[in-house]
Design a protein around this ligand. Structure first.
Ligand SMILES: [Zn+2]
Length: 148
């Protein structure tokens, strides 16, 4: 039986202003939603969040777990093949925001943090303007269309 539920005061469940400040929805995937992270210290940085709430991976059924990580895998392949990342880093934390979500951080050889852990909440954010955001979302959507 599925443990996926709605949790009050969770911005991934409520889709509230706190979330909209941090990320923009790109599109729904199979069992999750792809978001573009507003801090673009790493170009293409994205988040895949489960549609509905669990705290831990082991709370998913086997099928849900497969579907979730298939979604993560598709986005990772886009970061590699479309954004031309040299490596994709994955972050699953959730101390403060327990809703299951994966940070997908493309790393580029000649760029910041390569060979080291990415900073999850850097002090000096590199935000993007409306046009850059629209372009990145378009890049993701174009790539997703090709995969389908
Ligand atoms: Zn939630």
């Amino acid at each position: 039986m599925s443990n996926i539920h709605f949790e009050e005061n969770c911005f991934y469940c409520e889709h509230n202003e706190i979330q909209k400040d941090k990320m923009s929805e790109v599109r729904k995937l199979d069992i999750s939603t792809l978001y573009l992270n507003h801090d673009q210290t790493h170009r293409g940085r994205a988040i895949v969040a489960l549609n509905g709430h669990v705290n831990e991976i082991f709370e998913l059924t086997e099928t849900e777990r497969k579907r979730f990580f298939d979604d993560v895998s598709i986005v990772a392949s886009i970061l590699k093949n479309t954004f031309l990342a040299d490596k994709v880093n994955y972050g699953i934390y959730g101390d403060m925001v327990s809703h299951l979500h994966v940070h997908l951080v493309p790393k580029y050889k000649d760029d910041i943090d390569f060979g080291d852990a990415f900073i999850n909440n850097p002090k000096d954010l590199i935000p993007i303007n409306e046009m850059q955001r629209a372009k990145l979302i378009e890049n993701f959507n174009d790539a997703l269309e090709k995969i389908k």
